[in-house]
Design a protein around this ligand. Structure first.
Ligand code: NAD
Length: 253
């Protein structure tokens, strides 16, 4: 039990096969009381209801659009009134779009950057003051191999840019809030089998991609959840500003 007695907030944790949902399940099984914040309110509530019970009280699922500051502020107020404090924040919510540079519209750019990058700032801003008051916390942020290699497989250049921005933002927050005992780290997954790719991954593409992965398989949501668990727990007590690759060796650098 690595998170016994802790409280954790996880964004983008409603979708059934997603990384956030797998993380919520893993955290609850390690004793954390979990708040699932997702743009999909009904799925967030249902997901929270399905988590294994913990002694601190019921898990909660709330609507929150991470791209919207007011939505983050009202979700945080609700979480903090129910939980009292947030020890852990997992900035996981994200969306992608497979378009090329010349086809990115202004609206596409704004939305991809707002959800993937600004969302990390918005949620961090509303939970950091509480972490500070309570002696510290751990924040983990979702980036992507796409930020490191200039494009993943399904993300366009705006997605790469937003996920690269997350790396800079997280490292700067790690430096700023280290003295408050708030650690901030990132994960950079390769291709993980979730619904974010929709039905765009054909059997042929999949076989082709696997040829470039030394561990010879795509990742599972649980592979990333395990790294979030490490970053959330005291196992990583002396780790901040770090970026952990979870890509089966797809990018070794
Ligand atoms: P997913 O689509 O299963 O999960 C994304 C979740 O975010 C969903 O529950 C969705 O409802 C929620 N969401 C979307 N927009 C939101 C918003 N504005 N506010 C709050 N919640 C919102 O996909 P996933 O693959 O589990 O993605 C999780 C994260 O991992 C994303 O940030 C994604 O960019 C990142 N990522 C995924 C992969 C991959 O290969 N699957 C690789 C690298 C990084």
């Amino acid at each position: 039990m690595l998170l016994k007695g802790k409280t954790a907030v996880i964004s983008g944790a409603a979708s059934k096969r997603g990384i956030g949902r797998a993380t919520a399940e893993l955290f609850a099984s390690h004793g954390a009381r979990v708040a699932i914040l997702d743009i999909n309110a009904d799925e967030a509530k249902a997901a929270a209801g399905d988590l294994p019970p913990v002694e601190q009280g019921a898990h909660i699922g709330l609507r929150c659009d991470v791209a919207d500051r007011a939505s983050c502020a009202s979700a945080a107020a609700e979480v903090l009134s129910a939980f009292g404090l947030a020890n852990i924040l997992i900035n996981n919510a994200g969306i992608t779009q497979p378009v090329k540079t010349l086809d990115i519209s202004d609206a596409d750019w704004q939305r991809i950057v707002a959800v993937n990058m600004t969302g990390v700032l918005n949620l961090s801003q509303v939970f950091i003051p509480n972490m500070r008051e309570n002696g510290g916390g751990s924040i983990a942020c979702m980036s992507s191999v796409s930020a490191q290699r200039g494009g993943g497989i399904f993300g366009g250049p705006h997605y790469s840019a937003a996920k690269a921005g997350v790396l800079g933002l997280a490292k700067a927050m790690a430096r700023e809030f280290g003295p408050d005992s708030i650690r901030v780290n990132c994960v950079t997954p390769g291709l993980i089998q979730t619904d974010i790719t929709g039905d765009k991954l054909s059997a042929e593409m999949r076989a082709d991609i696997i040829k470039g992965i030394p561990l010879s398989r795509l990742g599972d949501a649980r592979d990333v959840a395990n790294i979030y668990l490490f970053l959330a727990s005291d196992l990583s007590a002396y780790v901040t500003g770090a970026v952990i690759d979870v890509n089966g060796g797809m990018l070794i650098h």
